[in-house]
Design a binder for this molecule. Structure first.
Ligand SMILES: [Ca+2]
Ligand SMILES: [Ca+2]
Ligand SMILES: [Ca+2]
Length: 468
């Protein structure tokens, strides 16, 4: 019997958290044990459609009028009176423009009369412009309050608070990601056949798939999409669901007319499976995943971010050293703060509490800027918060009978930060890991409830992280 500590995925379904999760955690000294959390599938989704703001506003009764040079003040005044126009503004530096309110009468008739008047050079309706946001066409995008929160209902329930999001729309004006950036998802695997993930999977181009041969001679046969440490195989298919959900947050294909949009519309996701079908895993397998990641990085794969939505098991010097190796190889190690609402400064939660420069510890925020009821925190040891309540993302379709579900947990907040890191790297590929972490932490938006609960006291804002 192996005596390595067991790790568990840091997820909790929002409804069952209070009841089952809080009671399953015991801390004793340095190490503590919690039961593997159970999923409760909440399939009561609300159906929502995206309504677009009309480009022309028929209710607008204002006009821009340009007068001819020959028009006199007196003749203009006569025209205004005759057509019941009220001059709202002129533009001193733009000669002979006037902004008019049409007070009575049929708007089209007034426009026709203005056009026919010898004082008028031309007349235009007051056009309506919109912020040039890059909104994707993914049909379920409106469910992704963490990306863009306009105060829409969350998971069919209470409304969110407008602006409580990571600023994805503004970020996407700068970049929607890059296929040159690779993110490793250390988890239960990824459904690499998923309609919204397949295009963004990392592919080992030195391995011929399914020929039973270790073509790239890295010790793993047919490792096309990553590595499965549980079965020591090259097939990291997700048999649990958690890893696929995290992967979708980082990089579900955006603007493809299907499902959702990841923080990155384009990215490459490497599946590093060490959690089994129950969501539990062993230290030796976690080490194997990090070892595989470091090997790929050394080989030239641009693997810059590792997303770690798991925890427990207590302190391990070996795991700390492995994370240091990831740091030495320029990989950010984003980790979930944990779901037992504890103070990580007092009771460290590993791996998020390892004091290694590349570690970013992530708390979970709800759609109203509140620290999630289950989220761990730590003034000195948790860095920032990200959306982690009722997060809609991908799940293995064959297993769940649907391709998308809402999950809650610091598990969901973590890939938000990992995804943001990848998006920043798409724009600034030469950033060091230290600079990347600094950029993510320095750009957070202050949140009252996070003050004293995280080092930054802030919410992830990827738009700000991309500035300059
Ligand atoms: Ca191989
Ligand atoms: Ca092969
Ligand atoms: Ca999509």
């Amino acid at each position: 019997m192996k005596r390595t500590p067991a790790f568990h995925i840091a997820i909790g379904m929002v409804v069952v958290l209070g009841a089952s999760f809080a009671g399953t955690v015991q801390r004793s000294g340095k190490s503590w044990v919690k039961k593997s959390p159970r999923y409760t599938c909440n399939r009561t989704f609300s159906t929502q459609t995206v309504s677009k703001t009309p480009a022309a506003d028929d209710a607008d009764r204002t006009l821009i009028v340009k007068y001819r040079k020959s028009a006199t003040k007196l003749s203009i005044q006569g025209l205004l009176t005759r057509l019941h126009l009220r001059e709202e503004a002129t533009y001193p530096n733009l000669p002979r423009f006037s902004f008019q309110q049409v007070e009575t009468g049929d708007l089209e008739s007034v426009i026709a009369e203005l056009k026919a008047d010898p004082n008028v050079e031309y007349v235009e309706r007051n056009l309506k412009f919109q912020k040039d946001d890059t909104q994707p066409n993914d049909p379920e995008f409106l469910r992704q309050w963490g990306h863009s929160n306009s105060g829409q209902p969350v998971n069919g329930g209470r409304t969110g608070t407008a602006g409580v999001d990571i600023g994805a729309l503004a970020a996407w004006d700068t970049t929607t990601g890059s296929e040159n950036v690779v993110v490793g998802v250390i988890d239960t695997g990824i459904d690499y056949n998923h309609e919204d993930l397949a295009d963004n999977m990392w592919v080992n181009d030195r391995e011929i798939p399914n020929n039973g041969i270790d073509d790239d001679k890295n010790g793993v046969v047919d490792d096309s999409y990553g590595f499965n440490a549980v079965k020591n195989s090259g097939n990291p298919m997700d048999d649990q669901g958690h890893g696929t959900h995290c992967a979708g947050i980082i990089g579900a294909k955006g603007d493809n007319g299907a499902g959702i949009a990841g923080v990155n519309w384009n990215v490459r996701l490497m599946a590093l499976k060490f959690l089994d079908e129950n969501g539990s895993g062993r230290l030796n397998d976690a080490l194997e995943c990090i070892n595989y990641a470091v090997a790929m990085k050394k080989r030239g794969v641009n693997l810059r971010v590792l997303s770690n939505s798991w925890g427990g098991g207590g302190y391990s010097r070996a795991l700390e050293d492995a994370i240091k190796s990831a740091n030495d190889n320029d990989m950010l190690f984003v980790a979930a703060a944990g779901n037992d609402a504890g103070d990580n400064d007092r009771y460290p939660h590993y791996p998020s509490s390892y004091d290694v420069p590349n570690v970013v510890s992530v708390a979970a925020l709800n759609a109203n800027d509140g620290l999630a009821s289950f989220s761990c925190y730590g003034k000195k040891s948790v860095h920032l918060a990200a959306p982690g309540v009722d997060v809609y993302s991908t799940v293995p379709t064959a297993e769940f009978g649907t391709g998308y579900m809402h999950f809650s947990g610091t598990s969901m907040a973590t890939p938000y930060v990992a995804g943001a890191a990848a998006l920043v790297l798409a724009k600034f590929p030469k950033l060091t890991t230290k600079e990347l972490k600094g950029r993510l932490l320095d750009s957070t938006v202050p949140v009252a409830e996070l003050k004293g609960k995280t080092t930054t006291g802030g919410r992830l804002n990827v738009a700000q992280a991309l500035v300059k």
